[in-house]
Design a protein around this ligand. Structure first.
Ligand SMILES: Cc1ncc(COP(=O)(O)O)c(C=O)c1O
Length: 304
């Protein structure tokens, strides 16, 4: 099988990813003034495409950005970029589409009437280490705090991830795979690019404060509800984490990934069952079964 070629789109040009160039006056480059989404396909069928697009519109609304491109132009450009990547039917794709506020003077104030710019990246779906699913990831709480909601709404899925980058780098420097960020009050928020879940008592619990409303998290909430399992979104103080018996994270590309250890700021390490305890395994199984049903029910909606 010939592997697909990572491919990009900018200003109507589609080509190999290393030929995609962004003008230096683009506000996405200068200030991180952009919004984006990532979705993936399963057997060629885009998963939660509409939900991702609605979240992009919400991000744009929250930062007062006018999107010039129509949804039809977006879909067409994504499909053409996928086609140019020469992926085969056997290879699912990762699609990141980003809208920047456009080009203007080197000036923080976003002049009204800027023409937004669409940039697309298409590449193979990331393959995470098998060990992350079979054994679990290691995670730590860094000193770096999550931006306050009142400073930068985490539901603006924007092109500036410096807060998350610094937190992740701190955890990586501690030899851990991922970070679990607290806010200034000590409430648990989220990981660098995924939502966190815990099992406390016999309930699934996910933090309410300071995070992006992940579509995988929303999907899983529904699956738990359909299965009659109790799951709640609530404020979680870091001190409560010692009560957690299991932990896992969710995102579009990771799906449901178990965490095998969590190092608290004090240095104390909480250990969880290797490969996830029974509740984590249940969440993984529910998600996998849902994807199988999704593929069976939507074969006519495949893009390739
Ligand atoms: C900061 C952050 N939180 C959570 C998520 C998980 O969101 P989703 O499940 O929609 O992929 C992401 C994914 O992009 C993210 O960047």
């Amino acid at each position: 099988m010939i592997a697909m070629k990572p491919t990009g789109y900018i200003d109507g040009f589609i080509g190999p990813i290393d030929q995609i160039r962004i003008p230096v006056l683009d506000r996405g480059f200068l200030y991180g003034d952009s919004v984006y989404e990532v979705f993936r396909t399963y057997q060629g069928i885009p998963f939660l495409f509409d939900e991702h697009y609605q979240r992009l519109l919400n991000s744009a609304r929250l930062c007062g950005m006018h999107i010039t491109q129509t949804p039809q132009q977006l879909v067409e450009a994504i499909k053409q970029t996928i086609e140019a990547s020469e992926n085969s039917e056997a290879e699912d794709v990762y699609v990141r589409y980003q809208i920047t506020r456009g080009e203007g003077a080197v000036d923080l104030y976003p002049e009204p009437g800027l023409v937004s710019r669409l940039i697309i990246i298409v590449k193979p779906v990331p393959s995470w280490k098998r060990e992350f699913y079979d054994v679990g990831m290691t995670m730590s709480i860094p000193h770096q705090r999550r931006n306050a909601i009142t400073s930068l709404d985490p539901n603006i899925k924007g092109g500036n991830y410096l807060n998350n980058i610094l937190a992740l780098a701190e955890s990586r420097d501690q030899g851990k795979d991922e970070c679990l960020m607290l806010d200034a009050k000590g409430l648990v928020t989220e990981c660098s690019n995924s939502n966190a879940w815990f099992v406390m008592g016999d309930k699934y619990v996910t933090p309410q404060a300071g995070n992006l409303v992940g579509l995988t998290r929303t999907t899983l909430m529904q699956l738990f509800s359909d299965a009659g399992l109790e799951a709640v979104e609530r404020s979680i103080y870091s001190e409560e984490l010692i009560e957690a018996s299991e932990c896992f994270i969710t995102s579009a590309t990771r799906e449901v990934m178990p965490v095998k250890s969590l190092t608290l700021e004090s240095g104390r390490e909480l250990e969880f069952a290797k490969g996830g305890g029974s509740k984590t395994r249940k969440a993984m199984a529910l998600y996998t079964a849902m994807i199988e049903r999704f593929v069976d029910d939507n074969r006519d909606k495949a893009w390739f």
